[in-house]
Design a protein around this ligand. Structure first.
Ligand SMILES: [Ca+2]
Length: 414
């Protein structure tokens, strides 16, 4: 197996082109009709510590961890890099290294964007940076948005490139009732910027980066095939929201929530009532919107016509984000509350549809292991197990190799 897979990697190194968008392989049964028994789960990686975002580049998955690491899972096995930032990262509560988005040309350039927390004196802040991965290290190369107001818990932090090619950023309300309604503050907003950090000419408020406002703590950001932007955000006590966001819209926080209405403010498409989802990541799989819930402990799907969420799958863990790839769903957990202390014992799970997976992971009970073992020190910089000859630059190989990630990881550490 090892020889065959490595040979495949080498033979396809010469294939260029940009990373394909994650495509969902729709089958006859919608996710909302599958039920929990419609999925098998395997553990792609454990020994993760508070992973926050997950993206795909060809055959590899790239995760952020809140303490400031970037984990790459692919041909080199699991590798953990410390992001080299220009100022000290503020890893506190729910603050730290949060969102990641890859430039469309990441495979050739190593260019990416990240959202992280820092401090100016005692003032908690966040920023959006450009970063570069050269095959051996991740480094900050520039600041796109600076001095976004921060907080121990309410930082927003999701970033994604929209169908229009612009970078969208969610920011938190910072427990300040004035900022979300103040168009001169970057807090409690969805921001929209060009990949060089400038405001697109058609942003709704002149030269401002603000795209929409009146948000509390949005952490979910996704577009459907029609180009509609969905944003999920945490409510104060229950009243979590899914919003369909338009340019210039005011989503009401803190003036209104739940079923309250006010002139000039947009009600949520759906709210949780007295229940708490604690919605984190959202993503579309075909036409279906998936939502991961921390407090709600699981993966849910939106029934848009019925205006309700239905459970898809759970393992009793707090789910942070979901990434649909082909016919599989990759889910990261955040099992430690941001109010807690110590490491968060987290996992990357793959949910698969059994009928379509004749070559499912050989032993789902045997997750990959980090080189240092669960109780050992974290590897710093490049893992000693990295296959530097293969990983000098980002690359891709077999389209189906993501489905072999578990086997890869196990081979590398054996
Ligand atoms: Ca709202």
């Amino acid at each position: 197996m090892k020889t065959r897979l490595l040979a495949a990697a080498v033979s396809l190194l010469t294939i260029g082109g940009s990373a394909p968008a994650p495509l969902w392989a729709q089958d006859a049964t919608p996710i909302r009709d599958r039920g929990q028994r419609g999925w098998t789960h395997s553990v792609v990686a454990d020994e993760l510590d508070y992973p926050w975002d997950i993206v795909r580049d060809g055959d590899q998955l790239i995760l952020t961890e809140k303490a400031g690491s970037i984990v790459m899972l692919g041909a080199g096995g699991p590798r953990r890099f410390r992001l080299d930032t220009s100022v000290a990262l503020r890893n506190d509560g729910g603050a730290g290294l949060l969102g990641i988005a890859l430039a469309p040309d990441f495979a050739g350039t190593g260019r990416a964007f990240l959202y992280y927390s820092y401090a100016n004196g005692t003032a908690p802040l966040n920023r959006v940076i450009a970063a570069h991965f050269d095959g051996n290290a991740w480094r900050e190369t520039g600041v796109l948005v600076d001095a976004i107001p921060g907080h121990r818990l309410y930082n927003g932090g999701r970033i994604a490139i929209g169908p229009d090619g612009y970078l969208y950023v969610t920011t938190g309300w910072t427990e300040n009732r004035a900022r979300p309604q103040d168009l001169s503050s970057l807090a409690g907003k969805v921001l929209r910027l060009a990949l060089d950090g400038t405001a697109p000419a058609d942003n709704p408020f002149g030269s401002s980066l603000v795209y929409s406002y009146g948000h509390r703590n949005p952490q979910g950001l996704a577009w459907n095939e029609a180009g509609e932007l969905f944003v999920a955000e945490h409510g104060q006590s229950g009243l979590d929201e899914i919003n369909i966001v338009r340019a210039g819209g005011n989503y009401g926080w803190p003036a209104i929530s739940g079923d309250e209405t006010r002139e000039g403010m947009e009600p949520p498409f759906l709210h949780s009532g007295s229940a708490t989802w604690a919605p984190a990541g959202i993503a579309f799989a075909g036409g279906e919107l998936l939502l991961t819930a921390l407090q709600g402990r699981g993966l849910y799907v939106l029934d848009r016509a019925g205006r309700r969420l239905s459970p898809v799958f759970d393992t009793g863990e707090r789910y942070r984000h979901v990434l649909p790839v082909d016919g599989d769903l990759y889910v990261i957990t955040t099992n430690r509350s941001p109010r807690g202390q110590g490491p968060s014992k987290d996992r990357l799970l793959r949910l698969s549809r059994p009928r379509e997976r004749r070559h499912a992971a050989s032993d789902p009970a045997s997750p990959s292991r980090w080189p240092s073992g669960r109780d050992g020190p974290r590897p710093s910089g490049t893992s000693p197990l990295s296959r530097t000859a293969l990983m000098k630059r980002p690359h891709r190989f077999m389209r189906d190799s993501l489905s072999n990630l578990t086997e890869f990881s196990m081979i590398v550490v054996s």
